[in-house]
Design a protein around this ligand. Structure first.
Ligand SMILES: *Cc1c(COP(=O)(O)O)cnc(C)c1O
Length: 455
């Protein structure tokens, strides 16, 4: 097949999401209550999440049907295109074949609406009228704002204060869709007020904003639920629509990847793209290398500890077994804001431990170098997060050039970088820097891991 774009039609949109619980080669680890450190009950989680999403997270079923109203909204931009990166292959002079799945064609420019629309739908199904959430630079907040607008749900967004003022465009997108956006730390929650009392000029952090969103829902007497855009099992499941389409597209291209790659913040676009390929490995023995690309400055998979840790900074969220840099670790202010989470989705971590997934840390400057090289060959300016996957794909393609191997490499391009142009400006003018791996800081954060008695 000679096509550059490999396109599916709307009738090829998957009917069901893939749930890796059905095929995990290792038993699941429990989620623990942040206070008692005993396994959480559905009742505890039900304060924050609708029951149908909680049941999805623990479901052993391999396929979870995508409801018709969700598929109808997916059709606004799905199926997304898969590209054969012929011009990049030529620029690299590699015998490798490079493919990328492009999620930047969604209305808000990333993969995040795949779960935002699903979560808004399942909340509406249970009669929930209002949601709270947090957002860093605004990618998740803009996706959920659009989704809540479609299902007529009120949305309250706690946006990290420094981004609220420095990156106003995504805030305005959220407001356009009708969301209420507050700079975090705010004076609307006890936690926000406590942070402001200590430091009135606090720039905020994702951990603080998560704690505010959680508190706003938990203290609403059931009026509001909380929504999270990554890390949780049902989020990863919703994102598998990406990889299921990619499987069909690779078949149309007449090739099967030797290597699949995604960038990993909390793990959702990575898992969404790669888990369907792992399904083929686990059930049909189709061997494949699966690589998770992460920033060298926030290297949870490659340098973190596999341990129980809290999901948020204030230690109010459940404790999960995962690769973690410590919930009190504040990563450097790199431009790939979506990759600055201290932990990793539990199933991704378990599969790393089991040997099915490799982590690869890449430094910031080399990542932007790959992003610019990619954009000059393919025309798309990638999100800085996605550029981590591009760096790894280019490195693998260059390895093929040395060895003469004609490998097939496929990666997920999780979003475009149109709201990240200040980061590109810094790179293009030589002002971007690499951050050393902050060994001492991470060791300090490790001393705050919860002391969990169970193995
Ligand atoms: C949020 C985001 C990420 C990181 O989140 P994951 O849950 O790890 O996928 C990556 N890329 C883009 C474009 C994002 O918006």
């Amino acid at each position: 097949m000679d096509d550059t774009k490999i396109l599916l039609s709307e009738k090829d949109l998957p009917q069901a999401w893939y749930n890796i619980n059905a095929d995990m080669p290792v038993p699941p680890t429990p989620l623990l209550h942040p206070g008692t450190m005993e396994p959480v009950t559905p009742d505890f989680l039900a304060v924050l999440f609708p029951m149908n999403l909680i049941m999805q997270a623990v479901s052993p079923e391999r396929w979870i049907e995508i409801p018709e109203p969700v598929r109808d909204i997916y059709k606004l931009w799905r199926p997304t295109p898969m590209f054969r990166a012929r011009r990049l292959e030529k620029a690299l002079d590699t015998p490798a074949h490079i493919y990328y799945k492009y999620e930047g064609v969604s209305p808000v420019g990333s993969h995040k609406p795949n779960t935002a629309v699903a979560q808004a739908y399942f909340c509406k199904e249970e009669g929930i009228q209002a949601l709270t959430t947090e957002t860093g630079a605004g990618q998740w907040g803009s996706a959920l704002s659009m989704a809540c607008n479609f299902f007529d749900i009120d949305l309250e967004v706690y946006m990290v204060k420094v981004s609220y003022f420095q990156k106003p465009y995504r805030r305005i997108i959220m407001e356009n869709f009708g969301a209420q956006v507050y700079a975090s730390p705010s004076d609307r929650t006890n936690y926000g007020r406590s942070v402001l009392a200590q430091d009135p000029d606090s720039p905020g952090s994702l951990g603080i904003a998560i704690s505010e969103g959680v508190e706003a829902a938990a203290t609403s007497n059931g009026a509001k639920k909380y929504s999270l855009g990554s890390v949780l099992p049902f989020v990863l499941t919703h994102q598998t629509v990406i990889g299921l389409e990619a499987l069909e597209q690779m078949e149309m291209a007449g090739e099967y990847p030797d290597i699949v790659i995604g960038c990993a913040g909390g793990g959702s676009n990575f898992a969404g793209f790669t888990y369907p390929f792992l399904w083929k490995k686990f059930t049909e023995g189709k061997n494949i290398r699966v690589i998770a690309a992460e920033p060298a400055s926030c290297p949870s998979i490659t340098r973190g500890k596999y341990a129980f840790d809290y999901g948020d900074t204030a230690a109010m969220a459940p404790i999960a077994m995962m690769h973690t840099l410590g919930h009190t670790f504040v990563p450097p202010g790199i431009h790939a804001g979506g990759l600055r989470y201290h932990g990793m989705a539990s199933s991704v971590s378990a599969l790393v431990e089991h040997g099915d997934i490799e982590g690869r840390a890449v430094p910031q400057v080399a990542t932007f170098e790959a992003a610019v090289q990619f954009s000059r060959a393919e025309g798309i300016i990638p999100a800085p997060e996605s550029a981590h996957a591009i760096r790894v794909a280019i490195d693998e393609a260059l390895r093929c050039k040395e060895s003469g191997e004609r490998k097939v490499i496929a990666f997920n391009l999780s979003g475009h970088g149109h709201f990240d142009m200040m980061a590109y400006e810094q790179y293009l003018h030589g002002k971007l820097q690499d951050y050393e791996y902050p060994q001492a800081q991470i060791e300090e954060a490790m001393t705050h891991l919860p002391q969990v008695a169970m193995a």
